[in-house]
Design a protein around this ligand. Structure first.
Ligand SMILES: O=C(CO)COP(=O)(O)O
Ligand SMILES: O=C[C@H](O)COP(=O)(O)O
Ligand SMILES: [Zn+2]
Ligand SMILES: [Zn+2]
Length: 310
């Protein structure tokens, strides 16, 4: 099966009230760990590439590695997605270069500029059978999310979301409801604006929403990093029951990068400390790949609920 778009997987996810995992990939071990997990769980999967990943590994290497994963995965539905595309040109390059989905992230621009940029990418992508994700609202961590005025000024406005989708024809929309990127998402008790999510979801029926910054910052990996010489104190992410809940409310795509980084780093730290005489990268990258596989399987099975959905 060739690479697929998210059309079919989102339709099924929406109807079945579960979410597809979108995992960030940067190298071979990460791609293998994720796709091995998807194979075992018989789950559709989105492999996503950031501009930074594309710069680090080069477009051609990532494409060829994903093609290899596809060839090694029988009939597994795999979508290759550009994460946080910041310009029309970058989206065009990825569409021309074999991606089946792109994100144009115009969330930092004023509403009308975000619409114009997104519409331009949608027009180019749809003519070539590629789907587009956009973003509305500010994702950045908010210290004072309990304050209604702060929430209204930063989180996604439901009325604007409807207008945005209508005017751009974009295929999915990332919403801001309190998540943020990285390992430090909340200072105190985690809070997501589920009321807002419900409103957006009700106003956009049958429409797939996306949650960025959705890593849980799994305590077992943070603990292991810190145990083996790391310094990641006070890291905290989105509790898994909140992700499960979001998956039942129209969120069809859940983005996970930080949990991959932590799983991989914890494992490498452990291997290097436990066997100081080793200098064979396979001996620490192999277990790191296995750690990623285990983490992704857990997400698919217990959090996203997307196992056995192909
Ligand atoms: O949103 C993400 C990628 O676009 C990843 O978020 P995390 O940092 O929570 O993993
Ligand atoms: O959304 C951000 C992702 O975690 C990708 O991060 P990156 O830009 O460092 O590759
Ligand atoms: Zn993101
Ligand atoms: Zn868990």
């Amino acid at each position: 099966m060739p690479l697929v778009t998210t059309k079919e997987m989102f339709k099924k996810a929406y109807e079945g009230k579960y979410a597809i995992g979108a995992f960030n990939v940067n190298n071979m071990e990460i791609i293998q760990g994720i796709t091995d997990a998807a194979k075992e769980e018989q789950s559709p999967v989105i492999l996503q590439v950031s501009a930074g990943a594309r710069k680090y590994a080069k477009h051609i290497y990532l494409i060829k590695l994903v093609e290899a994963a596809l060839a090694d995965s029988d009939d597994l539905p795999i979508c290759l997605h550009l994460d946080h595309g910041d310009s029309y040109e970058l989206c065009k390059d990825c569409i021309d270069g074999g991606f089946t989905s792109v994100m144009i992230d115009g969330s930092k621009y004023p509403f009308e500029e975000n619409i114009a940029l997104t519409k331009k990418v949608v027009d180019y992508a749809h003519n070539r059978g590629v789907v587009v994700e956009a973003e509305l609202g500010k994702l950045a961590g908010i210290e004072d999310a309990v304050n209604v005025d702060v929430r209204d000024a930063t989180f996604t406005d439901p009325d604007q979301a409807v207008e945005f989708v209508e005017r751009t024809g974009v295929d999915s929309l990332a919403v801001a409801i309190g998540t943020s990127h990285g390992a430090y998402k909340f200072k105190g008790t985690p809070y997501l604006d589920f009321e807002r999510l419900e409103k957006i979801s009700n106003m956009l029926p049958d429409y797939p929403l996306v949650l960025h910054g959705a890593s849980t910052v799994m305590p077992e990996f943070v603990k292991k990093c810190n145990e083996f010489g790391g310094q990641i104190p006070g890291a905290q992410g989105v509790p898994e029951d909140m992700l499960f809940r979001a998956g039942k409310m129209g969120v069809c795509k859940i983005n996970i990068d930080t949990d991959l980084r932590l799983a991989m780093t914890a494992s490498i730290r452990e291997q290097l400390i436990n066997d100081p005489s080793n200098f064979d990268p396979r001996k620490y990258l192999g277990p790191a790949r296995t750690a990623i596989k285990g983490m992704v399987q857990h997400k698919m099975r217990d959090v996203l609920n997307c196992s056995h959905k192909i």
